[in-house]
Design a protein around this ligand. Structure first.
Ligand code: AMP
Length: 406
């Protein structure tokens, strides 16, 4: 069990991967194949010593890209593959060994995540065909949130939609929130208490966690609900799609695309979905960038305050994801809206925390504030390894029982 785990995150036109060794702090090989199917498809990777590798893979598909990924691992053979799967519905509450029956069930969930699960399944299918001798495990983005109570996960819509069609809030970014909850338990004396974790990347979500369990989260049936994101609108009036359809004659597919791809920071700023670029533009006087950032911070603050209602005790807030880890400005502007919540920032600790590092940034009285870099790949590898060890132990116990009986 000391060999590395290969983690695969398969999108429709990209495959992200990492070869994760046993030790959490050991360097790892990681890479991405982008623009799959295009004439300019390319693999870029960085090995354990930081050496970069670039390969042009014109017209590569999932199968040929996965083969190339394997070839670039050098002599290192993974012990198993851990796949990120976006939607596990109510069926999957934990990492699960992939077999034909599990794959059939994940396939049935495509209608819950039509944008994500098909690509995840493509990766799984190809990887199982190519690497028949390796155990393969699915780690679901939704699994961590299966502890939500019903009053947090039900929508106030006809009950039959849930009873017959599983329409409810599921939540996403589960591997990241679970990883941060576990880190908090290591770094803070109150780490097993009540926290709001803000994962702020291209996709953004906030989760209320108590005793390491998710009690509520900002994303819902799909990853569109909740916070303002790079290109996604987050919460809007549920009457808005109908209004747009009536007024402009737009189809639901068109509206869905606009909400997912042309809204959020990009839509508001009419400039970019990239927070770094917006901060730079705001400093140059760009009004759209200024408004986009203010809406982002205000909506995040509102979400943190409302998620605190889910917690038996409220011990602090942790920031993660590309924006949460790197932008002292966004953290400060968000917390400025939370003056009534006993969340007091240390301006110097916030500004002086080196980019991408872990640290405490509150003023010392009141609730704790932390910045913790996320590690979704590390968490997927750890869950894959834990499942395989559990299965091995179970096999050993069964073998012992059979031996004792015979
Ligand atoms: P992720 O999806 O976690 O990689 O996060 C991507 C987001 O993080 C993008 O909006 C980036 O602009 C943002 N980001 C990364 N570094 C910084 C930074 N130094 N300051 C502000 N935003 C950043």
């Amino acid at each position: 069990m000391n060999d590395p785990i290969l983690v695969i995150n398969c999108g429709s036109s990209s495959i992200k991967y990492a070869l994760v060794p046993v030790g959490a702090d050991e360097p790892r090989l990681s890479g991405i194949v982008e623009r799959l199917g295009g004439h300019d498809a390319r693999l870029t990777a960085r090995d354990q010593r930081g050496k970069e590798l670039t390969l042009e893979l014109p017209r590569a598909n999932h199968a040929s890209a996965l083969k190339t990924i394997f070839e670039t691992l050098g002599g290192q053979r993974p012990i198993a593959i851990g796949h990120r799967v976006v939607h596990g519905g109510e069926r999957f509450t934990d990492a699960t060994l992939l077999d034909d029956a599990v794959i059939r069930t994940v396939r049935q969930m495509i209608n819950l995540a039509p944008l994500h699960n098909p690509a995840n399944l493509d990766g799984i299918t190809v990887a199982r065909r190519l690497f028949t001798d390796l155990p393969q495990v699915a780690v679901f983005d939704t699994a961590f949130h299966q502890t939500l109570p019903d009053y947090a996960y039900r929508y106030a819509v006809p009950a039959e939609w849930y009873d017959k069609h599983a329409i409810r809030r599921y939540g996403f970014h589960g591997t990241s929130h679970a990883y941060i909850a576990e880190r908090l338990a290591n770094v803070s004396a109150n780490g097993r208490g009540g926290w709001v974790i803000a994962h702020l990347g291209n996709g953004c979500s906030a989760t209320a966690v108590h005793a390491g369990k998710s009690l509520d989260t900002s994303m819902g049936l799909t990853p569109l609900e909740g916070l303002v994101m790079g290109t996604r609108c987050g919460d809007v009036d549920p009457g808005l799609p109908h209004h747009l359809a009536q007024r402009f004659g737009w189809s639901m597919e068109h509206i869905e695309r606009l909400f997912n791809q042309k809204s959020g920071l990009l839509g508001l700023s009419e400039l970019s979905n990239d927070m770094r670029e917006l901060e730079h533009a705001e400093a140059q006087g760009h009004q759209g960038a200024k408004l986009a950032i203010e809406v982002f911070c205000y909506r995040l603050a509102k979400s943190i305050a409302s998620l605190s209602c889910a917690l038996p005790s409220f011990d602090g807030v942790a920031f993660t994801g590309g924006i949460g880890e790197n932008s002292a400005t966004i953290r400060a502007r968000t917390l400025a809206y939370l003056g009534n919540a006993d969340l007091t920032l240390s301006t110097s600790a916030n500004q002086q925390l080196p980019r991408g590092s872990e640290g405490r940034i509150d003023a010392g009285q009141g609730r704790e504030l932390w910045v913790i870099p996320t590690d979704e790949e590390g968490r997927i590898a750890a869950e894959t390894r834990r499942l395989l060890e559990d299965l091995k132990r179970r096999d050993e116990v069964s073998a012992k029982i059979i031996e004792d009986l015979s």
